[in-house]
Design a protein around this ligand. Structure first.
Ligand SMILES: *Cc1c(COP(=O)(O)O)cnc(C)c1O
Length: 421
């Protein structure tokens, strides 16, 4: 049944040095499973832009169907919804980066979230999620799944006693982001995995979009499944949408079967661009980590900034956890602008954003271009200031998703924009 099991040990070990390959080597080469040539000896993975695959004659078809009944066929496909070589190549590369047995790509991050949850949770089950999570994930869990007879409980990020107390006999999933959006709270992954293991049948899922496997590998801490919006850092160029789930080969195989039915598959062209983006993931994220740390430190000492949220700062509530389990703290910095005397903080903050020249105003993060936004207007526009406060979003909050521009240029831009307000 588990026809997608991979020979991880031989594939991942650098045989000369007896240690795992680093992130950059894996990002460029995937699992290094030998110098097997691509079709036409192309260096890059060919873009196999096809909806279906042909059989030479009926005997060929029957041989394929027989082999499929015994666990699958290497090297050929049947129909686009059941797999594509370009997509599979990108999947293998992401699995290698996350230390996972296998990975499954989806057309968006949200398809990854919704398909995984729909596939694992039966009617009458229960899911626990942490607060400060992606808005659409929260709505899907608390409203959409509820309609299907799946109950949920929300617990405060960082309150592990409350988390364990929320577990019921029918709880199947604990899902959390790490770091979260927009306050960059970091879950103690080892603690989370240990709590789940004490209870039968509970699986842990981490949406690690903000971290990337460069900064954090949740599977190494005992988490069952990692999800990313690959629209963000993994593809890295603000030009495609994709999502991915990574875990052990058995779980991914089951999710793949379910995907073949639900139908949310990634287009091969997007997979080609994703793989191209992955090759520079390590370089991009390193630069983004460095600039974000410098930006966070600069903003923290600036009189016109009230508060900075960045897990690489000692002032962040999860600084210690982040230091212990992350290699870097990511490219997003959130901060609160001090209001000019007598002015509505919403407007002072908008004036600051409008004065910035390098970052573009747009939702999303993780691409080469810096993006900036005021969450109260970008994500919660229809709510009043008071309603926004009840979910923890202040009007003077800025989310700055740093790109790969020069650090000095970004710092100078911040300095001039803060001078204006
Ligand atoms: C963007 C994002 C998603 C949704 O991904 P899409 O690719 O936009 O569907 C989910 N989780 C997090 C943390 C995100 O940032």
């Amino acid at each position: 049944m588990f026809d997608v099991v991979q020979t991880q040990e031989t594939a991942e070990l650098n045989v000369w040095q007896k240690r795992p390959f680093g992130s950059s080597t894996r990002a460029v080469h995937g699992q290094l499973d030998g110098r097997r040539p691509n079709a036409h000896h192309a260096l890059t993975t060919p873009l196999v832009q096809t909806a279906t695959y042909t059989f030479t004659d009926t005997a060929d078809l029957c041989a394929f169907m027989d082999a499929k009944m015994w666990g699958g066929v290497e090297g050929r496909g049947e129909y686009g919804r059941y797999g594509n070589p370009t997509v599979q190549s990108a999947e293998k590369r992401i699995a290698a980066l996350e230390n996972g047995g296998d990975a499954l790509l989806f057309p968006t991050g949200m398809t990854a979230v919704t398909n995984v949850l729909l596939s694992i949770l039966p009617t009458g089950s229960h899911i626990i999620f942490t607060d400060d999570c992606y808005r659409k994930t929260r709505v899907f869990v608390s409203a959409f799944l509820r309609r299907l007879g799946i109950e949920s409980a929300q617990v405060a990020m960082g309150d592990y006693d409350a988390l364990e107390a929320a577990i019921q006999p029918n709880t199947r999933i604990i899902i959390s982001e790490s770091p979260t959006n927009p306050y960059l709270r970091v879950a103690d992954l080892e603690k989370l995995a240990q709590i789940a293991r004490r209870h039968r049948g509970v699986k842990t899922i981490i949406d690690a979009t903000f971290a990337t496997p460069v900064n954090q590998k949740p599977l190494d801490f005992g988490i069952d499944l990692v999800i990313h919006s690959a629209t963000k850092y993994l593809s890295g160029h603000n030009d495609i949408m994709a999502g991915v789930a990574v875990g052990d080969a058995g779980l991914i195989h089951a999710l793949r079967q379910s995907q073949g039915m639900l139908g949310g598959v990634l287009d091969p062209h997007a997979a080609y661009l994703l793989e191209r983006g992955l090759k520079t993931l390590q370089l991009r994220v390193q630069r983004q980590n460095e600039t974000a740390q410098a930006v966070a430190e600069f903003l923290e000492q600036h009189p016109k900034v009230e508060r900075v949220w960045y897990p690489g700062l000692a002032s962040h509530p999860d600084y210690a956890v982040a230091q212990a389990q992350m290699n870097g703290f990511g490219g997003v910095v959130s901060f609160e602008i001090a209001s000019a005397s007598g002015e509505d903080p919403l407007h002072t903050t908008s004036r600051f954003i409008d004065a910035m020249t390098i970052p573009l105003i747009a939702p999303s993060l993780g691409g080469v271009e810096s993006l900036i936004e005021q969450p109260s207007l970008m994500s919660y526009y229809e709510l009043s200031t008071e309603e926004r406060l009840t979910i923890g979003i202040k009007d003077n909050l800025v989310r700055f998703a740093i790109g790969i521009e020069d650090t000095a240029d970004i710092l100078a831009d911040l300095e001039q924009a803060l001078r204006v307000i």
